[in-house]
Design a protein around this ligand. Structure first.
Ligand code: GDP
Ligand code: MG
Length: 352
């Protein structure tokens, strides 16, 4: 699952990228651990030799959006943005004479501009395709892919013309497959990070807060972060971080919240395998089966699947250990079809 950071040059994309990677950033693409207090608690109790958290892949390799140019999105930008599973839009909201910007600083304007450009770029694809489809012989044969596509594109065109993103409408499975093939930008989950100045980190302006609320109403989570502070925090010894954050009036690093929101918007949940050799958090698509979870661990484990031993996280936390949970009847055996719950601790009994 790849997250593409997008935004104008000087918005703070690379700074947020390094902050979110908590000092582990390598080049422009890094698998970033997903902060999870449940996982920390399991690790603390099991004390395994090896600890492997769930990750999302952050990609800071996308070209910056061209501020001040008539063509905001270059072909190179579009090609890479369309490959991403989720777009993390970093918007400049901090003032600084030291850091150049193509315009005055106006985060609401920038966020809207990029949003509108994404809608236009999707609309262009839809219009071009509809024009071609009118020449297709098959467009009048129900069941033919061209017929389905024309129906769908005629449904989504007015949505885009109306300035709304494709993620705002309900589509059936066939329609989702078509939209995925076209890699529409506004069909992708989106998270917005308003990169505010140091003074605003704890208390963003009312205008900004109100926009953050509006975005949430339209299915895009948004946050105020101060990327520069976040980067400084990420470099501190973990033991010193809470005090530093508290002195700034910040409860939790915003980069953590952003990564969790990204993970959630990707439709991912977490299950755990708590072994003494290795304790690991695994990302899984929401609604996946125990068999799918087994296959995520190893294809051989899925092939030899017998039963899944499941302990829900709340039961584990209450029992204090897997051992106690097993002995107080909190472990239940499930078959291949069991739908994995977020936080489940899983052991797959298998023939391999
Ligand atoms: N004052 C201030 N400077 C920042 C902040 N975030 C980033 N910068 C600076 O802005 C410049 C551009 O940031 P960068 O992350 O490279 O932007 P990018 O072009 O979007 O990747 C760098 O010099 C950063 O140190 C911030 O929150 N406050
Ligand atoms: Mg950069």
């Amino acid at each position: 699952m790849k997250v593409g950071l997008i935004g104008f040059a000087g918005a703070g994309k690379s700074t947020l990228y390094r902050a979110a990677a908590r000092g582990q950033a390598k080049g422009t693409v890094t698998a970033v651990p997903v902060p999870d207090p449940r996982f920390d608690a399991i690790v603390e109790q099991v004390k395994p030799k090896k600890i492997t958290p769930a990750t999302v892949i952050l990609d800071d390799d996308l070209e910056s959006i061209h501020g001040g140019s008539t063509k905001l999105f270059s072909q190179r930008f579009l090609d890479s943005a369309r490959q991403a599973d989720l777009l993390l839009h970093v918007v400049r909201a901090f003032e600084s004479d030291m850091v150049a910007y193509h315009e005055t600083v106006d985060p609401l304007r920038d966020q809207q501009l990029v949003d509108e450009e994404m809608i236009l770029s999707d609309l262009q694809i839809v219009e071009n395709r509809l024009e071609r489809l009118t020449k297709s012989m098959n467009v009048k044969s129900p069941g033919h892919p061209d017929y389905l596509e024309k129906q769908l594109f005629e449904k989504v065109r007015p949505v885009l013309e109306d300035g709304r993103p494709l993620r705002a409408i309900d589509l059936d499975e066939d329609q989702l497959t078509i939209t995925r093939n076209y890699q529409f930008l506004t069909a992708k989950p989106t998270v917005v990070a308003f990169n505010v100045g140091e003074g605003e980190a704890a208390q963003p302006s009312e205008r900004l807060q109100s926009r953050i609320g509006d975005l949430a109403d339209h299915g895009a989570q948004a946050f105020a972060v101060c990327a520069e502070i976040e980067e400084e925090v990420a470099q501190l010894d973990p033991a010193d971080q809470p005090e530093f954050l508290a002195s700034l009036g910040i409860e939790e690093p915003a980069a953590n919240k952003v990564i969790r929101a990204v993970y959630d918007a990707l439709g991912l949940i977490t299950f755990f395998t708590a072994g003494e050799n290795e304790t690991r958090a695994w990302a899984l698509r929401r609604g996946s089966s125990a068999l799918k979870a087994a296959g995520t661990i190893h294809t051989d484990i899925a092939k030899g699947f017998i039963r899944a031993e499941i302990v829900h996280y709340a039961d584990y936390a209450e029992a204090g250990s897997l051992h106690n949970a097993y002995h107080s009847g909190k472990m239940h055996l499930e078959g291949k079809e069991y739908v994995v719950q977020d936080g489940d601790l899983i052991h797959i009994r298998n023939k391999s």
